[in-house]
Design a protein around this ligand. Sequence first.
Ligand code: ADP
Ligand code: MG
Length: 591
Amino acid sequence: MSIRRLSEAMVNRIAAGEVIERPASVVKELLENSIDAGATRIEIVTAAGGVALVRVSDDGSGIARDDLALAVERHCTSKLADDLDDIRSLGFRGEALAAIGAAARLTIASRLHGAGEAFAIDLAGGRGETIRPAALAEGTRVEVRDLFFATPARLKFLKSERAEAAAITEVVKRLAMAHPAIRFSLNGSDRTPVELPAASGEDARLARVAAVIGADFRRNVLAIDAAREGVALQGFAGLPTYSRANSLAQFLFVNGRPVRDKLLLGTVRAAYSDLLKRDRHPVVALFITLDPGEVDVNVHPTKAEIRFRDPGLVRGLIIGALREAFQKSGPRSSTTAAAATVAAFRPPAGRPPPAWRPPPSRGSVALAPGFAAPAQAAFAVAPSADARPAAEAAPETFALPLGAALAQLHETYIVAETADGLVIVDQHAAHERLVYERLKTGLARHGVARQILLIPDIVELPADDVDRLAERAAELAELGLVLERFGPGAVAVRETPSLLGAIDAQALVRDLAEELAEWDKAASLRDKLDRIASTMACHGSVRAGRRLKPAEMDALLREMEATPNASECNHGRPTYISLRLADIERLFGRR
Ligand code: ADP
Ligand code: MG
């Protein structure tokens, strides 16, 4: 075939594929335009997940009659002068309207600020463009119907209506967070409405952030306000205890633009690394402001990725500011548990502390650097020899594989003495494993045993989460959790898995909802059993940070012995380690 120049319409359709990936991309582009136009009110209406209809109306500057035809042409923009290094608007590529017009039926009606009348332009699959008078009081109304009718291949890649509608909500929330002074409303037959009134005054930003993340975020945040070499960082960092099971609640903005940037997400993770367990994610809303010349926003067609001229500076600023905030907030963070453990191991008054003298040093024992200090600290804290209920343990217990429980350390580890050494059990990991195995056996037989709550627990959740939970209700019931829809924004929990004991059903359901948000629809919950089990175990009765009575410790050890695969938790981490006497002797250089 000889080489031909592609038609304008074809070029636009190809280009549209990059910019408009799904209905949520349409909403994002239209909102960006309204924000750039200085709107104070933006109304969004969708139908059928945005495929049938997306309509965005604003009270912004409007478009002049003679500019309407240009607005829908590719590479036509009012925003970019000559300097790609000085982009102060959300848009600048002049591609969005052309792309939307190439893939869908597009109508733009607009009234230039101060003009006497409004005009409209219609486009379908890139064709059309007659300009006609229209009825519109102010601003601009963009209507997009039958998305991808001109490029039907794309339709096959779309998710369910509900998932597309949810993605649109997500886009609206993210942009709204960065622009608290603008009132946003999102409506449609395919969704629960979202209303975000304009917020003003000192508290505006937090008010908007809390309206999006949840009212309880207010009580669980540290305010961040720092600057370094022309880069400013403001916003809110959730307390480590206010963590989530996924990273969807990390909202990051650069010059008012929502970004999901790997560098930034990794940096936030690093800032929390000492304070959070590996499978928990912090909740943050952080706004970075810097000179537009210091950041390249033209890296990606949808402008979701960015590059900083000096990434090290931004990284250092975020980590420094977050860590300082955690330190200042003092005992609200994780230091409380340590203090409680120290108290727990203090010998009872009136008894002399156990005699303990440093052993004569033996020059041949080389300690790794850094090893000496923690070891010293541990000894200073815990001459815990008298925390031994060992005398009560029956002699035959010592002969069992996991031995006789002697003590619990740091409310997390159980120390047991065996015939030839000692065993340290991570009670949380062990419990996770046990719950997992019990869930599996329960499922294999007749479903997991459930206990009925006397009063159903009502858990308020975003509508999307409610939908997801309701959709999975039958599967969850098999796993012992019986819940049902309770209005548009809540579920009622009626029964919980008995094997979890008395649990915080609220927290469990919230975490499960977050996990469902991340999972593929097709995957059955049985396939995700390990994740569910560990989520449930996290909320079950024996978790890290809980004091166990000697009988409870022994019971846990005996159950581990009776359970298959008990030596590893379901993430492959060990549930216990054992040290034989010989190993211990080697540690002390006796061998
Ligand atoms: P870009 O936003 O990159 O300039 P678009 O294709 O999204 O490209 O829009 C083209 C132009 O149409 C914009 O530069 C702007 O001048 C005009 N425009 C689009 N939407 C609006 C709106 N809601 N209000 C006012 N002007 C608009
Ligand atoms: Mg635009």
